[in-house]
Design a protein around this ligand. Structure first.
Ligand code: FES
Length: 76
């Protein structure tokens, strides 16, 4: 653990998602994205790989500034 800090070991990003696999890889077919898709980058979402807004709680608790990746469909 990080000295003088509670929480996960230093450098650990993924706290509890898919811990039964060696590497978390998710695939989303771009054809399935209709207007917009919002993907989690804080690794705290309960709707992984999509953002559920939990990054706000994480940011408040840690003074971090992470947010989602938003993919939008190009308008014709
Ligand atoms: Fe992780 Fe929004 S919940 S970026």
């Amino acid at each position: 653990f990080c000295p003088k800090a509670r929480g996960p070991p230093c450098g650990l990003v993924n706290l509890n998602l898919k811990k039964d696999v060696n590497k978390v890889v998710d695939t989303v077919d771009i054809e399935d994205i209709t207007e917009k898709a919002v993907f989690c980058r804080c690794w705290r979402s309960k709707n992984w790989p999509y953002c559920d807004g939990t990054h706000g709680t994480h940011n408040q608790a840690t003074n971090d500034n992470v947010g989602p990746l938003v993919i939008t469909k190009k308008k014709d």
